[in-house]
Design a protein around this ligand. Structure first.
Ligand code: FES
Length: 65
């Protein structure tokens, strides 16, 4: 499950940092996971930034396929 608002969100990524992207749509800290997925069977996507850049969450999710 993923909310439309999360897919259109952006992430100001910093090189070398790891981010946990919400895929359940329940986080109050979109686009990042805040742990509300627990018990849903859905897990966040772990993403490590290769460079400093402003990325769309949709791009990050597509690159993980
Ligand atoms: S809160 Fe949505 S994946 Fe963790």
């Amino acid at each position: 499950m993923m909310s439309e608002s999360n897919q259109s969100a952006t992430l100001n990524a910093i090189k070398g940092e790891r981010y946990f992207i919400c895929r359940c749509g329940l986080s109050a800290k979109m686009p990042l996971c805040d742990g509300k997925h627990k018990g849903s069977g859905i897990r966040p996507l772990c993403f490590e930034a290769k460079e400093n850049s402003l990325l769309s969450v949709e791009e990050i999710l597509k690159s993980s396929d």
